[in-house]
Design a protein around this ligand. Structure first.
Ligand SMILES: [Zn+2]
Length: 431
């Protein structure tokens, strides 16, 4: 608020009188939810900085509560003044000041007492943090939240990190039945993260940097023994470190290779056949495959009318890529089976046809499927995929697109767990 102009001065004077009135200690006591013996001792208005400073005190009595056990103990001394930012009042930045007493507990020695307005050694009151967390959830953007709250980016980041830590500390065990392990790239695809998700609870349980054995161990070790025992199956790609990790940490759980990852190998094989054939045809001045890449990637049911007509007219069976594509389309039926026996018969026939296709990328993928087949057909029993983990990509993309997104893995982990961890991130009232 500027002091220039008569209106400015008037409002300023009015505020000074209003806020310095004795009753306003009571007003602020109520706004802050302070209960006896805590009390408001003084209110200072600083119009130049557009601030109001509220001084709280614990009266000069000799006893206070131990923050660990709640025992009433002798007060030893008072700490130096600490300052907490509170929600703005009258559009002024509002700060709480207090010298918090330290007690001496017979069991816990010298401890600083808990204060009712804040927890976790935060420099913000609980009400302020709650509001900041709501804003973060709404904007999904640390920069925007910082601007709205007149904070720095690092302060908002700190609030988010503390929220995740707090959420973890009070997370319920909720033993998961089905989990998934998936890899994600971050820092423009240069680095990898592995994430463990609860497929039923639709939450991210933990994230670890890289996708090696250490990362996998860190993920599994974040679960309790009871949680691991409850897991019936784990969905994943063919990545060896993920397979080994599941064998080691949850040996009783089935592995289900994710059907979408499985089909991706087949899509890539069809594309490899297309590329090689297209190159060969072009050498003979034949441009039959030019501009038709998506004919071989898209599912037939997703074709437009024109694409369908073009596809028919092309007579695909005369091309190697057409034959590769047929194998791919056929394989998709595997996941429609209900019973294992006919599914096994189907795969045997498909495998014969694929390995006799004379198309080396297809043969290679078919052999890989055969090696992993028990963990592919396990889908029929458990019917799980990594689709939840895939689905959070959009959230990650949104966070990534904001400035300073993921400078390091820790930022990435915090954001994923904050937005997708299903955690209760709000501060709890201290005793
Ligand atoms: Zn104690």
């Amino acid at each position: 608020m500027s002091s220039t102009g008569s209106t400015g001065i008037l409002v300023e004077n009015w505020l000074k009188v209003y806020l310095l009135d004795m009753d306003d200690k009571e007003l602020y006591r109520q706004i802050l939810g302070i209960v006896s013996p805590w009390a408001v001792s003084r209110i200072d208005l600083n119009m130049e900085n557009q601030e109001v400073n509220i001084f709280l005190e614990y009266p000069k009595i000799t006893e206070g509560q131990c923050p660990e056990c709640g025992t009433i103990c002798k007060i030893h001394d008072r700490r130096d003044e600490r300052i907490w930012r509170h929600l703005d009042t009258c559009q002024l930045k509002t700060f709480i000041h207090c010298r918090v007493p330290r007690i001496v507990c017979p069991r816990h020695k010298t401890r600083t007492m808990n204060v009712p307005w804040s927890s976790d050694m935060s420099r913000f009151t609980n009400q302020f943090e709650r509001f900041a967390l709501d804003l973060l959830r709404a904007t999904k953007n640390r920069t925007e939240t910082a601007e709205l709250l007149r904070l720095s980016w690092d302060e908002v980041d700190g609030i988010m990190k503390r929220a995740v830590k707090r959420g973890f500390a009070c997370r319920k065990e909720d033993p998961p039945t089905y989990v998934g392990i998936d890899e994600k790239s971050f820092l423009s695809g240069h680095r990898y993260a592995s994430i463990l998700t609860d497929s039923n609870g639709k939450r991210v349980l933990e994230a670890a940097e890289n996708r090696d054995g250490n990362a996998v161990n860190a993920l599994w070790n974040s679960l309790s023994g009871k949680q691991k025992d409850s897991i019936k199956a784990v969905s994943m790609d063919f990545w060896q470190a993920y397979i080994t990790g599941a064998h080691t940490h949850v040996p009783k759980a089935a592995i289900v290779h994710d059907r979408f990852h499985i089909m991706k190998y087949m899509n890539d094989a069809v594309d490899a056949v297309r590329k090689a054939e297209h190159k060969k045809l072009l050498k003979n001045n034949d441009d039959s495959l030019t501009g038709r890449k998506y004919h071989f990637i898209k599912n037939k049911k997703d074709f437009t009318k024109e694409e369908r007509a073009d596809f028919r007219q092309l007579n695909l069976d005369q091309f190697a890529v057409g034959r590769a594509r047929n194998r791919k389309e056929l394989l998709q039926n595997l996941w429609n089976y209900t019973y294992e026996k006919p599914a096994r018969d189907f795969f045997r026939k498909w495998y014969f046809s694929a390995t006799h296709s004379r198309l080396s990328p297809i043969i290679k993928v078919a052999k890989m499927y055969k090696n992993h087949f028990e963990n592919i057909i396990s889908y029929l029993k458990h019917r799980i995929t990594n689709s939840f983990a895939e689905g959070i990509n959009s959230v990650i993309q949104l966070i990534k697109s904001t400035a300073r997104g993921f400078r390091n893995f820790e930022n990435y982990r915090t954001a994923i767990l904050f937005f997708c961890g299903g955690l209760n991130v709000y501060p709890q009232e201290s005793r």
